[in-house]
Design a protein around this ligand. Structure first.
Ligand code: NAD
Length: 505
């Protein structure tokens, strides 16, 4: 542990307020402790940002924006290339810190840092491709086009479960667009925030570039609310639960600010009568048990054709019996701890609600004795319209629900308030295409013969309904970080007015 912290230049108590590569620190500010969910030990701590420090961050960020926006976009992209290289140098150590602080297994921790590197590469290319359209004007000797300008300060609020990757999806794309970024990480993963801040900003400071990336920390969410309500923050990009996201959206909208929301999911896989179990079983187990069920895209519901229900049930219970649970840093572990005591209690109360509703818990939901928040992953037979099934339990709980027709399955798949990720497993072409058609899945992500969990950065990531409607990462998501301007230039000697109006003066 000491080696990992040292190689990331982390101390026992770390400043939590950063203006690029420079930190400020009030020694009276409260401390946020980072707890290892696998051991219960304190890894280190980070100081909260005070109100005075926050003011300094915002005014410095605003001044920095005035410089950064004038650096040509391909040169801004080059700065992100340097950051991608710095992340490559720290991939192993930062991935291990993600594992220590959040509890996901090491392959997933390193995979998260790889996502940062991938989005950095994507941002470099995108920095040369922020195209606007040209249109034909109705008027002679007029030229009409649209262009994209940066917004200003992008505020990124991130969830505990992706403590580094989600930040980079926002910050790197926002930066090539010409924005500066202020990040408030989750108080459950504050050391990841400081470690990333140091890596990213050293790469820029070494090149003499202005500070572009700022960091604030808040253990109580009071400053976070002030941040959301601050008119000087041009875009709030919020990743977290639906409950908090709804409040954030209402508050930002009331000041006519922009927001981008990446909220909870309640993701289902449809297993039809033509599904290949060789693909289905690993996809479900990875989707439901990976990251201990703490991904927004985790598989939470299996809608299975009644002819295959019994076979799937016994195959899954058998597979769950083989999952190696333990130290997430160990190479052969498949499932680590959940984040805290509340997450363990959430799994237990969900299973109690299933039993109360008349469902059957087939396996799991037992705490593993000893240090750390370890609980066995659970499978339960349930019905789709039960309140507990409609709710996102952020842990390893999977519901098995039978269906008769594909239309019934799609109605159940869509019959939840969230709309993030979905999948069908089938070898039937018509069923696959129907699921992807306008009559099929209503989610932001719909897959065939691939599970719900995870996503490649090249596509636009996000979901519909109470998942918030935002899109991040690839495709044309960059547009969320820019404002569009339509320009008309008259290069003639007359002033033809629109609608044929003649203002004879
Ligand atoms: P959370 O909503 O408790 O917290 C998310 C962030 O919001 C944290 O940084 C927290 O400190 C901050 N926050 C809390 N109250 C706030 C307030 N009133 N104003 C402003 N900020 C506030 O979520 P969590 O437990 O950290 O993460 C799990 C949730 O996030 C799940 O619902 C999961 O599905 C969702 N999530 C969604 C995505 C996605 O891309 N759709 C990705 C990761 C996580």
């Amino acid at each position: 542990m000491k080696n990992i912290l040292e190689s990331l230049d982390l101390e026992a108590v770390n400043p939590g307020t950063w203006l690029g590569a420079e930190s400020i620190e009030d020694s009276n500010a409260s401390i946020i402790e980072s707890i290892n969910p696998a051991t219960g030990e304190v890894i280190g701590s980070v100081r909260s940002t005070t109100a005075a420090e926050y003011e300094k961050v915002v005014t410095t960020a605003r001044a920095s924006f005035a410089q950064w926006r004038n650096i040509p976009a391909p040169l801004r992209g080059n700065a992100i290339r340097l950051i991608g290289n710095a992340l490559r140098d720290h991939r192993e150590a930062l991935g291990s810190l993600v594992t220590m602080e959040m509890g996901k297994i090491k392959a997933e921790g390193i995979g998260e840092v790889q996502e940062m590197i991938d989005i950095a590469d994507f941002a470099v290319g995108q920095s040369r491709m922020m195209y606007g359209n040209t249109m034909h004007s109705e008027r002679p000797l007029h030229r009409m086009y649209e262009q994209w300008h940066p917004l200003g300060i992008v505020g990124t609020i991130s969830a505990f479960n992706f403590p580094v990757a989600v930040y980079s999806w926002n910050a790197f794309i926002a930066a090539i667009c010409g924005n500066v970024n202020i990040w408030k990480p989750s108080p459950k993963a504050p050391l990841c925030g400081v470690a990333v801040q140091k890596i990213v900003n050293k790469a820029l400071a070494d090149e003499g570039l202005p500070p572009v990336f700022f960091l604030i920390n808040d253990g109580s969410n009071e400053l976070a609310q002030q941040f959301v309500n601050d008119k000087r923050i041009d875009l709030i990009s919020f990743t977290g639960s639906c409950a908090v996201g709804k409040k954030v959206a209402a508050n930002v909208a009331s000041r006519m600010g922009k927001f981008l929301l990446e909220l909870g999911g309640n993701n289902a896989i449809i297993v039809d009568e033509h599904a290949n179990f060789d693909l289905v079983i690993p996809a479900i187990v990875f989707g439901a048990v990976g990251t201990a069920g703490q991904r927004c895209t985790s598989t939470r519901r299996i809608l299975v054709h009644c002819s295959r229900f019994d076979d799937l049930k016994s195959a899954l219970v058998k597979a769950y019996g083989q999952i190696r649970i333990g130290d997430p840093l160990a190479d052969d572990t498949l499932m680590g701890p959940v984040i805290d005591e509340a997450a363990m209690a959430g799994v237990e109360s969900s299973l109690a609600a299933v039993r109360d509703a008349g469902g059957e818990v087939l396996c799991g939901g037992e705490r593993i004795a000893g240090a750390g928040n370890f609980i066995t992953p659970a499978i339960a037979v349930a019905e789709n319209d039960w309140e507990i099934v409609q709710t996102e339990t952020f842990g390893p709980v999977l519901y098995l629900i039978p269906f008769d027709t594909l239309d019934d399955a799609i109605a159940m798949q869509n019959g939840v308030v969230q709309g993030l990720s979905s999948a069908i497993f089938t070898d039937n072409l018509q069923n696959a295409e129907y699921f992807l058609s306008q009559s099929g899945s209503d989610c932001g992500i719909a897959n065939v013969n691939i599970g719900t969990s995870g996503a490649e950065i090249g596509g636009a990531f996000g979901g519909e309904k109470e998942t918030g409607g935002g899109r991040e990462a690839g495709s044309d998501s960059w547009k969320a970080y820019m404002r569009r301007q339509t320009n008309t230039i008259n290069w003639g000697k007359d002033l033809p007015l629109a609608q044929g109006i003649n203002f004879d003066l």
